[in-house]
Design a protein around this ligand. Structure first.
Ligand code: ATP
Ligand code: MG
Ligand code: FE
Length: 343
């Protein structure tokens, strides 16, 4: 079946077409530039941008793939988690299409989509995988069985990895979003220059929070270190701070995730979400997974940040498994639980 996927949980309007595991087209429009001067996403601006971009992006996707709306067999849309206004625009478009075309509607989970998009790149998931989904809003470790059954093994107790990068970016005076800027600076810095704390990795923590993460203490440590430098009238070595901070985040994420793979006896790790674009994480994960004999699957960067392909991929998976479609009045859920794949 040909599945049309629509993503609008944040500031990207994504529309994609997937047949089975094959991606026909992935069209994205972003309002990120409109938010940059505010230093964060303004939901009202994002909603309006989705409204303007929706029909043109759908048309562009259909034209590029050389199909018509009549060829679409099912419509998938992000039901949550995300910003209510933006989610509502996507859901309204998807409902209109499903009703107008008389096709089933599937309201799916954005965070699970960040993992399942990898099926379009690296092929069907094995029966059981662990998925590390790291983004602007989430840092979660999931066990995924049969692509659509999700168990939460851990998550961040405070900031998400991308959020921590964006906050550190702000304190270093970098433009929003800071994540990619820190990544770039870190490439020429020394990751061993400053030893920043690794949150929740001490053995005494581990008993309580085997796979939970915490990044806010690390962010505070970076702020203190930078302030101390400034107070002493010394220049802040941006590259070294970025590299040492990025190394601390990548270290904690990979160490805990690989330990969880061992504990769960799972030999395939999928990494997804906007923060999986991070080169320090990608490098460390590749090295450590190779050493641990774990197969690592990370999609190319354009499928890590928000896109329609991830929603069409998950839609295709739930259709393939014969799961029941969502009601046509499907509610959006800004805090949709990660264990819920479909509404
Ligand atoms: P969620 O998926 O949890 O709803 P989101 O959709 O806002 O959150 P994504 O678009 O998936 O998040 O990811 C955006 C985040 O990824 C931002 O915090 C951004 O700074 C971060 N990010 C993107 N590229 C990089 C990079 N190369 N290095 C570090 N962080 C990055
Ligand atoms: Mg985004
Ligand atoms: Fe996302």
């Amino acid at each position: 079946p040909l599945v049309l996927g629509i993503e609008t949980s944040c500031d990207e309007t994504g529309v994609a077409l997937v047949r089975g595991h094959e991606l026909l087209v992935d069209a994205v429009a972003s309002s990120v530039d409109e938010h940059a001067r505010f230093g964060g996403i303004i939901p009202e601006i994002a909603s309006r941008a989705h409204l303007e971009a929706m029909v043109p992006t759908i048309e562009r996707a259909l034209t590029t793939a050389g199909v018509t709306l009549g060829d679409v067999d099912a419509v998938a849309v992000t039901a949550g988690p995300g910003l209510v206004g933006p989610l509502t625009i996507g859901a309204a478009a998807a409902k209109a299409l499903a009703i107008g075309l008389d096709r089933p509607l599937y309201g799916v989970n954005h965070v699970i989509g960040h993992a399942v998009v990898d099926e379009l790149v690296d092929g069907p998931f094995p029966e059981r995988v662990l998925a590390l989904v790291v983004s602007g809003g989430h840092s979660s470790l999931l066990r995924i069985d049969g692509t659509v059954h999700v168990t939460e093994l851990g998550s961040t107790l405070d900031d998400a990895a991308g959020e921590a990068f964006d906050k550190v970016g702000r304190l270093l005076g970098l433009p929003y979003p800071g994540g990619p800027h820190i990544d770039r600076l870190a490439r020429t810095g020394d990751p061993d220059a400053i030893r920043f704390p690794r949150g929740l990795t001490a053995p005494k923590d581990q008993a309580k929070h085997a796979t939970d993460f915490s990044f806010s203490g690390l962010k505070t440590a970076v702020a203190r270190w930078v302030e101390a430098r400034q107070d002493a009238g010394e220049p802040v070595p941006l590259e070294d701070v970025a590299a040492s901070f990025a190394a601390a985040v990548a270290d904690v994420l990979t160490a805990k995730t690989i330990a969880a793979c061992r504990r769960e006896g799972v030999s395939t790790l999928v990494v997804g979400g906007g923060f999986s674009a991070n080169s320090q994480l990608r490098e460390m994960a590749a090295e450590r997974c190779a050493a641990a004999g774990i197969e690592l699957r990370i999609p190319p960067i354009r499928y890590c940040t928000d896109n329609g392909a991830m929603i069409a991929a998950l839609g295709s998976a739930v259709v393939r498994r014969g799961m029941r479609p969502s009601p046509l009045d499907l509610p959006v859920d800004s805090s949709m639980p990660l264990t819920q794949v479909l509404v």
